[in-house]
Design a protein around this ligand. Structure first.
Ligand SMILES: Cc1ncc(COP(=O)(O)O)c(C=O)c1O
Length: 412
């Protein structure tokens, strides 16, 4: 038998509590929130109880015939936080599906408007968008080549930060470069542009505010749908509900996943602005985008999102998230002096570290291993490592995490 799982550790998990994972090897502190998807820790009773109750009272029922009572209320909560109150929302099960739906909607949006040549998708060379074939075709990770396909007609642009991609140092693309690329292919052919506002590969690179504003302007000027993948950054991971809101920018379509269900149930969503949604509101025999997936918007996943949104609101209102963000910034500054760290930056509760090149190309992976030996779970690959602590982690635990991290970096 072979179970396909990316990071096979020969350990069985026994139980979990808050940010602790009890396994055969001991008690581990999870500083990456599962896979960026468990912002409220593993013992969030309000979410668990609400899911359990929904599972008991209202197990899945076919969406062809019914809505669950929470569907509209939850959608209002999500759209309000996404600042898309008069927009639209499509529920799906995974982040990859939210990405696929976003691209599909952008393409269909142009078809409906009669712009039939707008079929090209601008995406970044260095990126991750998911595991379905379509999502893979816009992904630009250098080590996922075997899974890359060209399902969409893609134009790959360089990110607005320096990165080595497939052994080559990429020149940073500015807004003017992106405009030149649009003009080179012809704006009438470009349907959308998609990117992660904080690129979680290569040590959490924030897309600068002026770039976001510039891309927004380009999208308006050339009628290009702006799609942001906020699957990692959404649900307030970087401070505000959506990362781009910090820069006063709203995309046309936002892909959400991971943290919006607290990680307790597979659920994700595509949120669209009114501009997009209004193109799909004409009555017709087949409701556009109503087909989606069998389990999409089932009452249990909606319950998970509903309860998570409420827990998030409480955590934010209590100032808990902001306090931990401030503590994170201070701790990053403290360890920035470690000469083995080439770069460290934090965006809310996303922390990225690039290790000094003298430590070798796989220093990040090695660091992940050293931390794991010391019962700390982080993510390390190539020459980078990242952390994404749960919003409920105590400041003491966070300090301990940084201590182990810094010591492990010194051991490299
Ligand atoms: C930025 C980003 N987009 C999309 C995805 C795909 O989400 P999922 O794994 O839920 O399909 C991921 C998953 O890690 C991600 O990090």
């Amino acid at each position: 038998m072979f179970v396909y799982q990316s990071r096979v550790k020969d350990q069985i998990v026994g139980s979990v509590k808050d940010v602790s994972v009890h396994a055969e090897g001991g008690i581990y502190t999870d500083a990456i929130s599962g896979m960026f998807n468990v912002p409220f820790g593993y013992s969030c009773d309000p979410i668990k109880q609400h899911i359990s109750k929904t599972l008991t009272d209202l197990p899945f029922h076919p969406k062809d015939h019914f809505y669950s009572s929470e569907l509209f209320e939850t959608s209002e909560l999500v759209l309000k936080r996404a600042k898309m109150e008069d927009g639209g929302l499509l529920y799906v099960n995974s982040g990859s599906e939210a990405i696929e739906s976003s691209i599909a909607m952008a393409l269909e949006y142009h078809q409906r408007k009669g712009n039939t040549f707008k079929k090209k998708v601008i995406c970044r060379k260095h990126s991750y968008h998911g595991a379905t074939l379509g999502a893979h075709s816009i992904t630009g990770r250098n080590d996922f080549k075997d899974l890359r396909c060209s399902g969409y007609d893609t134009i790959r642009i360089n990110p607005p930060f320096p990165v080595v991609h497939e052994g080559q140092a990429l020149e940073m693309h500015s807004v003017a470069d992106v405009e030149n690329i649009i003009l080179h292919y012809g704006a009438e052919q470009i349907a959308c542009i998609i990117f992660e506002p904080v690129n979680h590969l290569k040590g959490m690179r924030q897309t600068p505010g002026e770039y976001l504003i510039g891309i927004r302007e380009l999208c308006d000027r050339y009628d290009i749908v702006m799609i942001t993948d906020e699957i990692v950054t959404g649900a307030s991971r970087t401070g505000e509900f959506l990362n781009t809101h910090q820069f006063g920018v709203s995309a046309d379509i936002v892909a959400l996943g991971k943290g919006i269900s607290g990680g307790y149930y597979p659920a994700s969503a595509m949120a669209t602005s009114h501009k997009i949604a209004s193109v799909f509101d004409k009555p017709e025999p087949w409701i556009p985008f109503s087909y989606s997936h069998t389990y999409a918007s089932n009452p249990v996943s909606i319950a998970a999102i509903n309860a998570s949104m409420r827990v998030l609101e409480q955590i934010e209102a209590a100032g808990q998230l902001q306090k931990l963000i401030t503590k994170t910034q201070a701790l990053c500054q403290e360890i920035a002096g470690n000469e083995r760290i080439a770069r460290i930056e934090s965006h809310g509760l996303l922390i990225g570290i690039t290790l000094d090149s003298s430590l070798g190309e796989q220093a990040g992976k090695k660091l992940g291993g050293l931390c794991f030996e010391r019962k700390l779970i982080i993510r390390g690959e190539e020459d980078w490592a990242c952390l994404a602590p749960a919003y409920i982690m105590s400041e003491e635990t966070l300090s301990d995490v940084f201590e182990v991290l810094n010591e492990s970096i010194s051991q490299l």
